[in-house]
Design a protein around this ligand. Structure first.
Ligand code: FE2
Ligand code: FE2
Length: 266
C-alpha cells in the first residue's frame, strides 16, 4: 500500500457543504442525543491544532513528509469542526470561537504546559521510533472518528446530517490511509518501534476526546454510540484492525479502553 502525498496535498480542502441547506435542520431538528454527540465531536475536531502543537515538539517535526501531511490534516480537521458548528448554530447551541476557547482554557496547566513538555522529552528519548507510535496512534484515532460518525449516521437517520457526516468520513478515510501506511512501514522495520508502540497504546491510549472533556461526556458518547449490538460489533472490529498492525496483536485496545468508561463489549 502506498500513499501519494503529492496528490493529497493538491486535493486537501475544506469539506464541501455549498449544496447543503442548513435550514433543513429547522424543519427537522436533530435529537438532543445527536446534538450532544456533535458538541463532543466538534470539540475534538477543533482541538486538532492543539494536538498538532504537541506533535511538533517531537521527532515527527523533523520529517518533512510527515509535516506536509500534518499541515493538510490540520486544515481539513479545522473545517470538520467548522461545519459541525454550523449544524449546532442552526439549533441555537453554543458553538464557535467562545466554545473552542473555553475547551482550551479548561485544559489548565497540565494540558497546556506539562503535556507538550513531557511529550517533547519522552519523544526525544525514544528518537526516530517515536514516529511509528505517532502514526499508529493517528491510525487508531482516525478509525475511531470514522466509526463514531458512522454510528451517529445509523442512529439519527437524518438525510442532511448523513450527507455532511459522510463527506467528513471520506476525508477521515484519507487521513487513515496516510497514518496506516506510515505506521505499518515503520513498525515492520523496527522491533523496538513495535515494543514502544505496544507499550504506549496499552498504557496511554484512551478514546479520542476523553482527555479534553469531562468523564461524563465521554461516557455518554461511548454508551450512546458503542454500547450493545452494532456499536459493540464496531468496537470489536476496531480491535481487530489494531491487531493486524505489526507487533500489536491481542491488545483488545478499544474494548478495554471503552470498558474504563462503563461500556461493555460482550
Ligand atoms: Fe475530522
Ligand atoms: Fe481525520
Amino acid at each position: 500500500m502506498s500513499f501519494n502525498l503529492d496528490t493529497y496535498k493538491r486535493e486537501a480542502k475544506a469539506v464541501i457543504v455549498d449544496d447543503i441547506d442548513f435550514d433543513d435542520f429547522r424543519d427537522q431538528p436533530l435529537s438532543p442525543e445527536a446534538l450532544r454527540c456533535l458538541h463532543y465531536m466538534t470539540d475534538v475536531e477543533t482541538h486538532t491544532v492543539c494536538y498538532l502543537r504537541d506533535l511538533l515538539v517531537t521527532p515527527s517535526h523533523q520529517n518533512p513528509r510527515i509535516t506536509t501531511f500534518l499541515t493538510m490534516w490540520n486544515f481539513e480537521e479545522f473545517w470538520h469542526g467548522d461545519v459541525i458548528d454550523r449544524v449546532l448554530a442552526v439549533h441555537d447551541e453554543i458553538n464557535g470561537l467562545p466554545r473552542h476557547e473555553s475547551v482550551r482554557v479548561n485544559q489548565g496547566f497540565s494540558g497546556n504546559v506539562l503535556a507538550p513538555i513531557t511529550q517533547c522529552l519522552a519523544a526525544a528519548v525514544i528518537g526516530e521510533d517515536f514516529i511509528a507510535t505517532h502514526m499508529t496512534w493517528g491510525a487508531v484515532n482516525e478509525w475511531s472518528a470514522h466509526a463514531a460518525y458512522g454510528r451517529l449516521i445509523e442512529l439519527e437517520q437524518h438525510a442532511t446530517l448523513t450527507k455532511i457526516l459522510q463527506r467528513i468520513q471520506q476525508q477521515e478515510s484519507r487521513h487513515l490511509a496516510f497514518y496506516m501506511t506510515e505506521a505499518r512501514e515503520r513498525l515492520e522495520r523496527s522491533r523496538r518501534a513495535q515494543r514502544i508502540t505496544r507499550f504506549a497504546l496499552k498504557r496511554f491510549w484512551a478514546p479520542v476526546g476523553s482527555t479534553i472533556t469531562t468523564k461524563a461526556e465521554t461516557q455518554f458518547i461511548l454508551r450512546y454510540l458503542f454500547q450493545g449490538g452494532a456499536g459493540s460489533r464496531m468496537v470489536r472490529m476496531l480491535d481487530q484492525k489494531v491487531d493486524k498492525l505489526p507487533g500489536q496483536e491481542g491488545l483488545s485496545l478499544v474494548s478495554k479502553s471503552v470498558a474504563k468508561f462503563g461500556v461493555s463489549v460482550a
